[in-house]
Design a protein around this ligand. Sequence first.
Ligand code: NAP
Length: 307
Amino acid sequence: MGKGVSGMLTGVKFAFLGGDARMIEVARCVSELDASTVMVGFEKADVSFPDSVKVAFSEEVLKDADVIVFPVAGIDDEGRVPAQFAEQPIMMTEDHFAVINKKTQLFTGIARPRFGALAKRHGLALVRLMELDEVAILNSIPTAEGAIALAMEHTEITLHGSACTACTVLGLGRCGVTLARVLAGMGAAVTVCARKPSDLARIREMGLTAIPLEHLGDAIASSDVVFNTIPAMILTSDILARAARFCVIIDLASAPGGTDFRFAEKRGIKAMLAPSLPGIVAPKTAGRIIAQTMVRMVQEASSSTGG
Ligand code: NAP
């Protein structure tokens, strides 16, 4: 890794492997700090910033990089790297992990167990950015905006509570808090379902209606729009059987979501899994959120190794 003036990334070689428009913004941010970037899987994208080249996927790219940046969604269990702008599929095999230098820093948003296991087996440090509060909390802002935009698109009513519209948020984690707050700020009548007594107390403190998760069915029965942020099967057939047919469900939880989509469809309820909203509605903001933390971690690693 190059020396680099404090705050800069001079001499640091980044390899970006697939992903969506967020990764173009991340690459632009590191390029502005004087890093060099190679972009794999961006053939169909407009990537025009200094010291950046589009290259084909190869072992050399992996061997040569100081930092490898995987998509926010990571790689799937077959090793496929999601790459929105790629002309060819990108597959990371065990052999590919084997050629990566042990000092290379690997970044991803989330990592499925196989991805994490492969990195560990080859002694590689893999940072899961979306597990860090500093990233996940900021990322919840474009997520909430995207979820609300989807709800508006798929309903014929305002989200504002004056028309007796009822919005229900499931979960009070990083996305749930932001979503509940933004909805309440818009004048929506917001109910939040959570399982922890402390979360139920917080929901009440926020001036919202708190419903324990064991009474989820009651909340669903009176909801027009449901936003799920709980990454577990929560909207089961027996719960959905209590929902009104006009109810719209926006499921934000990571795949496969927390909704029995088969039953929802059978019952005529509009339910949709809505992954990667920040990358769709605000790729620049979302990319900058990722870049900010990643750059800090690369600089910290560089200064701790005297690089
Ligand atoms: P988080 O901070 O960990 O919050 C998760 C919430 O779900 C917490 O309230 C947690 O409650 C609850 N929960 C988890 N497992 C549960 C279970 N088995 N039963 C009941 N409650 C459960 O996560 P987050 O950052 O808000 O993200 C939420 C989900 O959205 C994740 O799957 C994440 O990958 C996804 N996400 C999607 C997008 C998108 O664009 N669609 C964007 C960002 C994140 P406890 O505290 O009681 O465990």
